[in-house]
Design a binder for this molecule. Structure first.
Ligand SMILES: Cc1ncc(COP(=O)(O)O)c(C=O)c1O
Length: 443
């Protein structure tokens, strides 16, 4: 017997026109007339959204697509009915409150705090609006509590956002005192990327030690280190086991604040609520955004309470921080995500094996944890060209699969399905991906 959910999915995906179809094309043309020509997502995904439900997106021409992109890990529960309800209920109460508490705010704060390991239960939450805002503020916190040093270790291939600097134009010195985005100083070291560079964790730690002790290294001595537990935009790069532990030990030894950027890897994406939990370490500061409010813009920084006692007031500003609609959606997401974690761990492993079984001479590497999986394409030890990658993306789209790419060379297809995506949509998506990749020949 077919259950109701499966019945609704019988026609998914269904692509009845070339993509874009005539209605999408006309909407795209109107967009192009008025909006900046600098947008780029429409090159990869040239259609107009009519509606979306769960993990299915319907375009203006009634084509239906499987969503393996989730707005870049923003919709970890997909377009979920529970989020609609939470936002609707909150909308009827209020939708802007600055920092004045609402029930939604306190509810979110409690649940957010409980989502972390018990060792972090006394940490504090500071709100932001975007991922970039959160990471920038995290660095500002580290510098504000870190004594006289004022640079941060970051990694090759890292992505932490594009923002900042405007505080220089604001007059109040009290705002400038704790904002280092006026001239952030970074020390960059390799992130372990075995496929291309084979960097060894012990070599990276040795480089870091040199920077701390050898004042001829040419770097300003850092007080903090910013790391993605799995690199996102850098190419869904999974570092070897023990990497975060080694980083934690290094930070402890040289008194650096360890900032973990969970903007993309957090909220259940890797099969644990927070990806750093795979290594059992405790960060000093954690940055969350994207799925933290189920797709309503918000970010949050979770940091040590002894740091909190050292911060001046005011510290961080922003009119729209912690919007009540986002907080209500976020409380629902925090309640719901844990239910799916065992499924994400199990099905994530299954998906990795299925990707690995695809027979094709352009498959270079498959790696991932949970539902954060990267499939790197190339051949003869060369990444596939951007033109070939775009062609494959469009071929997938025309068969009804939305899949995005990332990576140093833009050649990594990433699986980012919703944690609650129906199994049949993973199966159909895999059939589509595999049929397209099998037909591709090396260059
Ligand atoms: C790990 C990570 N940090 C920060 C950001 C920046 O977030 P936002 O685009 O919301 O500023 C991103 C965005 O993709 C990200 O992946």
């Amino acid at each position: 017997m077919i259950d109701m959910e499966s019945k609704k999915l019988i026609n998914v995906p269904k692509v009845v026109t070339e993509v874009p179809g005539p209605k999408s094309l006309s909407i795209l043309k109107e967009q192009r007339k008025y909006e900046t020509s600098t947008i780029s997502y429409t090159d990869s995904f040239p259609f107009a959204v009519k509606s979306a439900k769960g993990s299915v997106i319907t375009d203006a021409d009634e084509n239906t697509f499987i969503d393996w992109m989730t707005g870049i890990s923003v919709l970890n529960l997909g377009y979920d009915e529970g989020i609609i309800q939470a936002v609707r209920d909150q909308m009827e109460r209020s939708w802007h409150a600055l920092e004045i508490p609402t029930e939604a705010r306190v509810d979110f704060l409690k649940k957010f705090s409980h989502s972390f390991p018990s060792e972090m239960k006394n940490y504090r939450t500071m709100f932001g609006i975007s991922g970039a805002d959160a990471v920038e503020t995290a660095v500002n916190i580290a510098h504000s509590v870190g004594g006289s040093r004022s640079s941060t270790v970051t990694f090759e291939g890292a992505y932490h956002g594009v923002s900042g600097g405007i505080v220089s134009a604001t007059a109040g010195t009290k705002y400038k005192r704790t904002s280092y985005s006026q001239g952030l100083s970074v020390v960059r070291v390799p992130y372990p990327y075995p496929l291309w560079y084979g960097e060894d964790v012990s070599d990276i730690i040795a480089d870091l030690r040199k920077i701390m002790v050898d004042h001829e290294s040419g770097y300003e001595v850092p007080d903090s280190l910013l790391v993605e537990p799995i690199q996102g935009e850098g190419g869904y790069i999974v570092p070897p086991d023990g990497f975060l532990k080694a980083i934690r030990e290094f930070c402890d030894q040289y008194d650096l604040s360890m900032i973990v950027d969970e903007v993309q890897s957090g909220m259940g994406r890797t099969g644990k609520m927070w990806a750093f939990e795979h290594e059992g370490i405790i960060p000093d500061i954690v940055c969350a955004s994207k799925s933290v409010a189920g797709g309503i813009p918000m970010s949050a920084i979770y940091y040590r309470d002894d740091y909190d006692r050292k911060l001046p007031k005011p510290f961080h500003m922003g009119t729209y921080r912690a919007n009540p609609l986002a907080l209500a959606a976020g409380a629902y997401v925090l309640d719901t995500v844990p239910r799916y974690l065992p499924r994400v761990q199990e099905d994530g492993k299954k998906l990795v094996s299925e990707f690995r079984e695809i027979e094709s001479d352009i498959m270079l590497d498959v790696r991932g944890k949970g539902f954060m999986i990267g499939v790197e394409l190339g051949n003869h030890n060369k990444p596939l060209s951007p033109e070939r990658i775009m062609k494959i993306k469009h071929a997938l789209l025309n068969l009804g699969l939305i899949m995005h790419t990332c990576g140093h060379f833009g050649n990594v297809f990433r699986y980012m399905g919703a944690l609650n995506i129906p199994e049949e949509l993973n199966e159909r998506g895999m059939e589509i991906f595999s049929s397209v990749i099998k037909n591709e020949r090396g260059e």
